[in-house]
Design a protein around this ligand. Structure first.
Ligand SMILES: Nc1ncnc2c1ncn2[C@@H]1O[C@H](COP(=O)(O)OP(=O)(O)OP(=O)(O)O)[C@@H](O)[C@H]1O
Length: 260
C-alpha cells in the first residue's frame, strides 16, 4: 500500500501539486487520470523518487520515503518496477539484455540465473524466444511495450508504476497491455499505479481511480462510479466520447428507476 499525505510540488513560482492525499491499494490497479497538464506525471515522478516533493509524506507500506537517505532510496529502487512512457528501451541492447539490466543493477544472481529469470518473464509476457535476441527497432510497438513490462517485473517488484502505457498503441493492443498489467498486479500482488487518459483503460482496469485537475485531487472512485459521477471536470473528461454519453444517460435512468 502506498499512502500519500498532503503532497505538494512547487517549481519556482508554479505550484503543480497542491496538497494531494490518497491511498493506493496493494494487489489492485490504481489509476491516475486527468487532462493534459493536470500534474499526473509530476505526481508519479514524486512517487517513484525521480522528483523531490516540496512537502508532504509518501508512505510505502508505512515507510516515509520523503525522509529516506540516499542508501535507503537506492534500496527502494530495487523494489520498484517502472514502465516508462514510450517504453524507453535501450536501443543498443537486445530484448534479453534490456530485461536483464535491472537484475545486473539490483540482484546478486549469476549470469545464467539472470538469463533464466529474464527468459521466464519474457515468456510470461508472451514473447517467443526468436524475439529475445532482437533489438528494439526490430520489433513492433506492442512487443516493445511487453519488453518494457517484462523489464519492470523482472526483479519481482512490490510496486509497479506505468506512465501512459498505451500511448502510441492501437486500441486492441492497448487492451491486451492493460489486461497484462492487471494480471501481473494480481500474480505479483503489487501496488500498481498507472497514469492514463485512456477511457478504455479506465473501464477495463480502473479498480481505484483518482482524478487530478490543476494539481488537486478532484474526485476518486472506481470504474463503476465514474460513469455517474457528478463532478463537472470528471464528466467533461469521461464524456468526450459519445458512446460514454449514451451510457451515462442509460445508467442515470436506471439509477432513477431504482430510487422509485
Ligand atoms: N520541471 C518542471 N519545471 C516547471 N514546470 C513543470 C516541470 N515539470 C512539469 N511542469 C509543469 O507541471 C504541470 C503538470 O505537468 P505534468 O507533466 O505532470 O502533466 P500531465 O498531467 O502528466 O500531462 P500529460 O497528460 O500531458 O502528460 C505542467 O503545467 C508542466 O508545465
Amino acid at each position: 500500500m502506498i499512502e500519500v499525505k498532503n503532497l505538494k510540488k512547487q517549481f519556482e513560482d508554479i505550484e503543480v501539486l497542491k496538497g494531494i492525499s490518497t491511498v493506493f491499494e496493494t494487489g489492485k490497479t490504481n489509476l491516475i487520470i486527468g487532462q493534459s497538464g493536470s500534474g499526473k506525471t509530476v505526481f508519479l515522478k514524486c512517487l517513484t523518487g525521480l522528483i523531490t516533493p516540496t512537502s508532504g509524506e509518501i508512505l510505502f507500506d508505512g515507510r516515509d520515503t520523503t525522509k529516506f537517505s540516499y542508501e535507503e532510496r537506492q534500496a527502494l529502487r530495487g523494489e520498484i518496477g517502472t514502465v516508462f512512457q514510450g517504453s524507453a528501451l535501450f536501443d543498443s541492447m537486445t530484448v534479453l539484455e534490456n530485461v536483464r539490466f535491472p537484475l545486473e543493477m539490483f540482484s546478486n544472481l549469476n549470469m545464467k540465473e539472470m538469463n533464466d529469470r529474464s527468459e521466464e518473464v519474457l515468456t510470461r509476457v508472451n514473447l517467443t524466444p526468436e524475439s529475445f535476441k532482437k533489438f528494439p527497432s526490430e520489433i513492433s510497438g506492442g512487443m516493445q511495450k511487453r519488453v518494457a513490462i517484462a523489464r519492470a517485473i523482472v526483479n519481482k517488484p512490490k510496486y509497479l508504476f506505468a506512465d501512459e502505457p498505451n500511448s502510441g498503441l492501437d486500441p486492441k493492443t492497448s487492451m491486451v497491455i492493460d489486461q497484462l498489467l492487471h494480471e501481473l498486479t494480481v500474480e505479483y500482488n503489487t501496488t500498481t499505479i498507472i497514469n492514463t487518459h485512456d477511457m478504455n483503460s479506465v473501464m477495463e482496469i480502473g479498480e481505484t481511480i483518482i482524478f487530478l485537475k490543476n494539481g488537486i485531487l478532484e474526485w476518486s472512485g472506481d470504474k463503476n462510479e465514474i460513469l455517474t459521477a457528478d463532478n463537472e471536470a470528471v464528466i467533461d473528461f469521461v464524456y468526450s466520447s459519445k458512446l460514454f454519453t449514451k451510457l451515462r444517460e442509460v445508467l442515470l435512468e436506471e439509477k432513477a428507476n431504482l430510487k422509485k
